[in-house]
Design a protein around this ligand. Structure first.
Ligand code: OGA
Ligand code: MN
Length: 288
């Protein structure tokens, strides 16, 4: 059986990154040529917003898998029951207990940069949106690299930095109900790793800065105070307004971003409003 090609449009945003896809239905498998159009759009725009997706978790998983194997988040307490590949991102408490990770994205980061194989990309599906707030911001790390002063480019190229899941865990734990104490098994899954400060995108060959305020703790091989100052400078530069697109969610949006090219941040949701999102996370390669 051949799969019919769908009639859909890809509309780039008038912004530092991003495009929306209108008229595509991800509840059925994509034809090869449709898949290739989406793959190309993802590489070109870094964020692809699929509008109006009435999809089940299984359909989200199926579509995500076409890009690579899926990664299971270390916080297994926030898996969607029956679907370990889905991380529930939500501020909702049921009977006083969190149903998901409520402070995901509290600081700028690239998903799973603390793993030897960080994420290629993540897909976040809006299941329940707040009447206000809940935006997600994305920063273009190719643009951040390209606009870095040449002396700074020379200085950081070739350097490596440590990324640690635990870098700011205690700080998050102190202010939210969503950070359980980690078990020894969980801690063993998130040992610190070294990553290049500047990575080359494996599919496009473009360079990108690859450090974040959430997970990057130090640059290797330079004194501690210099490392701290350098990272602060890179963080501040990365998320300048001209590099950033702010996503205001519409009902049933499925947003697919490239963790190799972007950082992202949750703007936050007022406590009294409910937000429920389902995330799938695709494994990428070892950054180089
Ligand atoms: C994530 C994340 C941001 C948000 O799910 O990886 O960072 O706005 N989410 O929910
Ligand atoms: Mn994230």
């Amino acid at each position: 059986m051949t799969i019919a090609t769908q009639d859909f449009e890809i509309r780039p945003f008038d912004a530092a990154l991003g495009a929306e896809v209108v008229g595509l239905d991800l509840s059925t498998p994509l034809s090869t040529s449709d898949f290739q159009r989406i793959h190309r759009a993802h590489l070109d725009h870094h964020v692809v917003v699929f509008r109006d997706q009435r999809i089940t978790p299984a359909q989200q998983i199926g579509f995500s898998r076409r890009f690579g194997p899926l990664q299971i988040h270390v916080l297994d307490q926030f898996q969607l029951p029956g679907h370990p590949e889905v991380l529930v991102v939500s501020n909702v408490l049921e009977a006083g207990k969190p149903i998901g990770l409520g402070d995901a994205g509290r600081f700028w980061h690239s998903d799973l940069s603390y793993k030897e194989k960080p994420s290629l990309g993540s897909l976040l599906h809006a299941r329940e949106l707040p009447a206000e707030g809940g935006d997600t911001l994305f920063a273009n790390m190719h643009a951040a690299w390209a606009s870095l002063p040449v002396d700074l480019q020379r200085k950081v190229e070739g350097l490596r930095a440590e990324h640690t899941y635990l870098a700011r865990y205690a700080e998050l734990q102190a202010r939210s109900p969503w950070r359980p104490n980690l078990t020894p098994e969980q801690i063993a899954q998130v040992r610190p790793v070294l990553q290049p400060v500047v990575r080359t995108h494996p599919e496009t060959g473009r360079k990108a800065l690859f450090v974040s305020e959430h997970f990057t703790t130090r640059v290797v091989g330079i004194p501690e105070d210099e490392s701290r100052a350098l990272l602060a400078e890179l963080f501040a530069h990365s998320v300048k307004p001209q590099h950033v697109y702010r996503h205001q969610w519409q009902p049933h949006d499925l947003v697919f971003w490239d963790n190799r090219a972007l950082l992202h941040l949750a703007a936050g949701t007022p406590d009294h409003l409910r937000r429920v999102m389902y995330r799938t996370t695709i494994e990428g390669d070892v950054p180089a």
